[in-house]
Write a protein that binds this ligand. Structure first.
Ligand SMILES: Cc1ncc(C[n+]2csc(CCOP(=O)(O)OP(=O)(O)O)c2C)c(N)n1
Ligand SMILES: [Mg+2]
Length: 325
């Protein structure tokens, strides 16, 4: 699983670029009022975290997401066309247009839901892991959450119980340095969130969240521990959120100088450099992947645009029960 083959590295490159392209397209479409809902939180800049972590998972493993969840779901295997349709509120979307950006879910790929409640996933993930344990499967649950969420009471509840019961969870804190407009040093007294693992008697590690290979290797280690019944791990992935907290955020709490630094840490360009330097892929191979993805996202937009709106007459109870009440 841990072995870095050319095929795996290129798959991760494709995933990161797909997330970037999807999110940039969503940003454009949000600007054109094509995405209903009042807050769209984008994952641009953080692609290496979801990609590296989900590459370490099996298809039947679970993943619990956040309000910034598009990248998580794509990395877990969701199709961009059904995702775009969901964000545009169309009947062909993953939740038939009723979930939208902040509640998009695809159980078929192991996604247990994006969530508008900060920190909610920290108590959902141990539940999913407990279910796997009781059913005697070796499925692992990954729980993504932010630095802001690490101050919620659910952080304590989730990590405490998961450790006590040795549940197969990998807690992945995406430390992008901000909880909305509040910088990390104004919302918690520590620098490294991974330090908190010690009080739950679980391993805590900090990785460079802009380096997909480092994220992947750490995730493989944590997933393997969880699968073997050795319990949870806390991984802190230090990363950067390039866009505002949400698409209409004026983002004035960050200086122009600070924002100008972001592209220098681009996880996609970083992997491109690694690929060339280590001979994993040529420039033209990478270009081909990018143009294939560009076409895929174009098609996803066409699919979403041409899909029907949900009918307001339909019984909501039928929708939420999957139609077989
Ligand atoms: C329980 C709860 N409190 C507050 C909010 C409002 N809110 C939405 S996102 C957010 C910041 C979350 O920061 P972080 O966990 O670091 O995630 P990031 O947005 O940086 O990805 C806040 C306070 C909320 N949605 N839910
Ligand atoms: Mg944050």
């Amino acid at each position: 699983m841990t072995e870095l083959t050319n095929e795996l590295v290129l798959r991760m490159y494709r995933t990161m670029y797909t997330i970037r392209k999807f999110e940039e397209t969503v940003s454009e479409r949000a600007g054109m009022a094509m995405i209903p809902g009042f807050m769209i939180h984008l994952y641009v800049g953080q692609e290496a975290v979801a990609t590296g972590v989900c590459a370490a998972l099996r298809e039947d493993d679970y993943m619990v997401s956040t309000h910034r969840g598009h990248g998580h779901l794509i990395a877990k295997g969701a199709a961009p066309d059904r995702m775009m349709a969901e964000l545009q509120g169309k009947e062909t979307g993953y939740c038939r247009g009723r979930g939208g950006s902040m509640h998009i879910t695809s159980v078929e790929v192991g996604g247990l839901g994006a969530n508008g409640i900060v920190g909610a996933g920290l108590v959902i993930a141990p539940g999913a892991a407990l279910s796997a344990k009781l059913r005697g499967t070796d499925q692992v649950t990954v729980c993504f959450f932010g630095d802001g969420a690490s101050n919620q009471g659910t952080f304590h509840e989730g990590l405490n119980l998961a450790s006590l019961w040795k549940l197969p969870v990998v807690f992945v804190c995406e430390n992008n340095g901000y909880g909305f407009s509040t910088p990390q040093d104004k919302h918690q007294p520590i620098d490294r969130i991974s330090k908190r693992a010690a009080s739950y008697d679980m391993p805590g590690i900090t990785v460079d969240g802009n380096d997909v290979l480092e994220v992947y290797l750490a995730a493989c280690w944590a997933v393997e521990r969880a699968r073997k019944g050795e319990g949870p791990t806390l991984i802190e992935a230090v990363t950067l959120r390039w866009h505002g907290h949400y698409e209409d955020d004026d983002d004035e709490y960050r200086s122009a100088e600070e924002k100008a630094e972001f592209p220098k840490h681009c996880p996609i360009e970083r992997l491109e450099r690694d690929c060339i330097e280590r001979g994993w892929a040529s420039t033209s191979q990478l270009e081909r992947i990018r143009s294939e993805v560009d076409k895929e996202i174009e098609k996803a937009c066409e699919f979403a645009d041409e899909s029907p709106e949900p009918s307001p007459d339909e019984d909501p109870a039928l929708i939420f029960s999957g139609g077989d009440r």
